[in-house]
Structures are given as structure tokens and as C-alpha cells.
Design a protein around this ligand. Sequence first.
Ligand SMILES: [Zn+2]
Ligand SMILES: [Zn+2]
Length: 252
Amino acid sequence: MKLQVFQTALRAIYPPQCILCRTGLDRDNALCGPCWRAMPFIDGPICDCCGTPILTAGFAAANDICQTCQSHPRPWGRGRAALLYQGSAWRLVLSFKHGDRPDIATGAAQWMARAERDLVGPDTVLVPILLHWRRRLARRYNQADILAHETASLIGAKVASDVLVHPRPTVPLEIASAAERYDRLRDAFALTGRAAQKLAGRSVILVDDVMTSGATLAAAAQTLQSAQPQKIDCLVLARVPQNDYIGGEEKD
Ligand SMILES: [Zn+2]
Ligand SMILES: [Zn+2]
């Protein structure tokens, strides 16, 4: 009862709002109707490897792989994304990353949990791709870490935030081509001493906020393979549309 009184008082001070446009709502961590309808959720046929929507006729069956993933095989198994990184999704991710709005992760995790529902098993461990500590100081929080914890709490999985580290900051990738991204991210990650104990034989899902070319996820997945997980899959909040890599922002 005391908790209910507290929650009622809290709602009087902080009434629920749409997580994107701040319109008043009757529940927390949700979108209003117009923002929901404008949000580019990924629904329908996708590439099983990178989660991008597959629009080409004839590519509508399950377990299909897009042409990019066919020509550049990924060092992970399957990949899922909740949103296409454009329009409202772009605005939402920007608020989350640069607008000091960690609360957005609570709503976004519901969409991510739905996107990855066919990847999750009883031994699943989520591994967030963390920012280098210098960038984390600038942003105050680690967005992939928050997304991983919020999503894990919904699906009953564990999170291992202490297995994968960035030994050094890398050059920002905003204007790099896909080939340059891959080159700059070589050796960008390292495992900690806890990695083998936490990941060996487990189903690992790498978690990040945005997938652009996939270079960051590839570098992280290649590093994780030394810990001998049973499999590695990927989950992101938003996937940059194919052929739209320049101008997107990938992890530093
Ligand atoms: Zn709204
Ligand atoms: Zn693909």
C-alpha cells in the first residue's frame, strides 16, 4: 500500500509522457499514438543475419540472408533490430545517445525483447558493446549497457558487462566507408579474464544501440570467439538502412 501511495505521488510530480514527443500519456515508457504510427518498426521479412528488412521479391522466406551478408559473411549467427534507423527512430536514438535520456531504454527494451524473441534460450547471456571510458565520461551513461540490462530483465537473461573492453579509443567512424570502418576497428576489443568463465558454452547475444555497416559488431564478435561461446547472435535497437552507411554513426 505504501508503495502505491509513493507511486501515485510520483505520478503527480512526473506524469507519464510519450518518450519521444513528451505528450501526456496514461502509462510510462511508451509512445503516443501518432509517434507509434510514425515509428519505423521492423516488421515482416528480414535478413536472418543482420535484421535488415528484405524487400526484394522472392526473399520472403524464413532464414534468408541479404546480399550484403552473403557477399561479406558475418562472424556471428543471427541478427535482429527493432527499428529502421530513420525518421522518428533517428530522433529517438539521438535523444537517447546525446540528450541525457536514459529513460528511453526502458521503452526501447520492450521492442528489442520482441525482436529477439526467437534467439533467446535458457542459457542466453547479453554482452553490451560498451563505449570507451573517455566517451562514457562525455555521455554520462553507457547506452548499450542500459539497453542490455533493461532487455535482460524482460526476458530473464543474464548480462555480462565485464567481459569485453575497448583497450583504446578509435577514430570516429561517422564519415568512414564500410571498408574503412572494418579496417579501423581491427583489434578494437579485448577480452577480460572473466570472459571464458562467463561465456564458454553459452549462447551470447551482442547488444548495441545502432548497427551501421556491422563493423563494430564484427570486431566484437571476432574477439568474443576466443571465449568459446556456443553461439554468438546480435541485437540492436536500430539498423541503418542498407546503402546508407555514410552519415550514420557507429560505435567509436
Ligand atoms: Zn509522441
Ligand atoms: Zn543481412
